[in-house]
Design a binder for this molecule. Structure first.
Ligand code: HSE
Length: 420
């Protein structure tokens, strides 16, 4: 019998205990051993969770319990779970976590600590989709050329509703919170940080890149408004928040931002709260993974799969999937300045003679070529210029954005979305 202790019995923790109880027949058949939850750590002892397990508010009751083989960490946050997980590993207990923020900051330290003990984290990226398994095991024969995906259900839900049903940004954010898709602090979702945490985890497995959220380009969907969605529609695009990892010679670019994507691309058709991740390997070509990226049962399905895997073998593959330097340790993180993309800009200008010429001169001065331009009246005296560009360099576009903002005929901070 394998015994599990759950630290953090919220929505996902409760689902983990229920799945281990309700699906015990298939689980024990697949694991070759019975698995049960012995105890769970909670903050509020008074809440009834309907589970037949020991409930405590003291982590020591799990970490110091010699009967517990596997600790499931579902606390959220970074510092506190890091201490808890380190203690569990030092006590010789296998660990399963769904905590993407913990891994975004500490995955390499944890990989070192977990050398001889199983540490699994399938649920940390894209909830129920077995993307860690696919990347670490299923595609292990490949050099990974790119990873691109919808990794945040809240943002995808919001973009879908704004686009299909004309719902405003604020209304739909509130709805996503009410439906329980959003993080406790929704700025993690709409600011792109949740997706960035997930991207960093995938980039470690694919490339061995050791970067922190502060090192990469992270933007959210918080500036996208209905005018941008209307422009996208008019030119055959949809807007999505994507996480992108791309290898270019010895450099890897990592970025999270809103993107205009051609409507006919597969990833453009992923609607609502669902996640989808495309991985291109040099031998396999493109593979696509689709499914629920959030929700108690979907996330718990991935947690329980890790528990079963550990119960089967006692020791998992190396935590990030490599035991020797990855690609000779020669890959480095590409500077954000050097990213190449097409861009869309929304520039609110005073509607008077000569303004358009001044705007296009700034584009020319920064070596940026315009592909399409639309002018839409905004008020009696102002207009929105909606511009898409040919391929340009990120540092040139950033410089243009600053220069535009400082012009007296530009009324609001210009908005930029990259086109993928
Ligand atoms: N808030 C996250 C999302 C939950 O919307 O995708 C899963 O990480």
């Amino acid at each position: 019998m394998i015994k599990v202790g759950i630290i953090g019995v919220g929505t996902v923790g409760t689902s983990v205990a229920q799945i281990l109880r309700d699906n015990a027949d298939v689980i024990s058949a697949r694991a070759g051993v019975d698995i049960s939850v012995k105890s769970g750590v909670v903050k509020n002892l008074n809440k009834d969770r309907g589970l037949d397990i020991i409930i405590t508010d003291n982590v020591d009751d799990v970490l110091e319990d010699e009967e517990i083989d596997i600790v499931v960490e579902l606390m959220g946050g970074v510092d506190e779970p890091f201490e808890v997980v380190k203690r569990a590993l030092k006590a010789g207990k296998a660990v399963v976590t769904a905590n993407k923020a913990l891994l975004a900051y500490h995955r390499y330290e944890l990989q070192d600590l977990a050398k001889n003990i199983a540490f699994e984290y399938e649920a940390s990226v894209a909830g129920g989709i077995p993307i860690i398994n696919a990347l670490r095991d299923g595609l292990s024969a490949n050099h990974i050329e790119s990873i691109m995906g919808i990794m945040n259900g809240t943002c995808n839900y919001m973009m879908t509703e704004m686009s299909n049903n004309g719902v405003s940004y604020d209304t739909i954010l509130k709805e996503a919170q009410d439906l329980g898709y959003a993080e406790a602090d929704p700025s993690f979702d709409v600011g792109g940080f949740d997706a960035a945490h997930k991207l960093l985890i995938l980039a470690s497995i694919a490339y061995g890149i050791d970067a922190k959220p502060e090192d990469i380009l992270i933007e959210g969907i918080d500036k996208v408004r209905s005018e941008d969605i209307a422009f996208a529609k008019e030119f055959g695009y949809v807007i999505k928040l994507l996480g992108i990892a791309k290898k270019d010679a010895d450099e890897v670019e990592l970025r999270v931002h809103a993107c205009l994507i051609k409507q006919e691309e597969m990833i453009a058709k992923i609607d609502g709260v669902m996640n989808a991740i495309s991985v291109v390997g040099d031998k396999v070509g493109e593979t696509l993974y689709y499914g629920p990226g959030a929700g108690g049962d979907a996330t718990a399905s991935a947690v329980v799969a890790n528990i079963i895997d550990i119960a089967r073998s006692g020791k998992s593959t190396p935590m990030l999937g490599f035991d020797r330097p990855m690609e000779g340790n020669k890959l480095t993180l590409k500077s954000t300045d050097d990213i190449n993309s097409k861009y869309y800009l929304r520039i609110n200008v005073s509607d008077r003679a000569g303004v358009l010429a001044k705007v296009t001169k700034l584009f020319e001065d920064n070596n940026i070529s315009v592909e399409t331009m639309l002018q839409r009246p905004a008020t009696q005296t102002s207009a929105n210029l909606l511009v898409s560009t040919h391929i340009a360099l990120e540092k040139d576009v950033q410089k243009l954005m600053k220069e535009l903002e400082s012009q007296d005929f530009v009324n609001l901070t210009p908005v930029m979305i990259r086109i993928v």
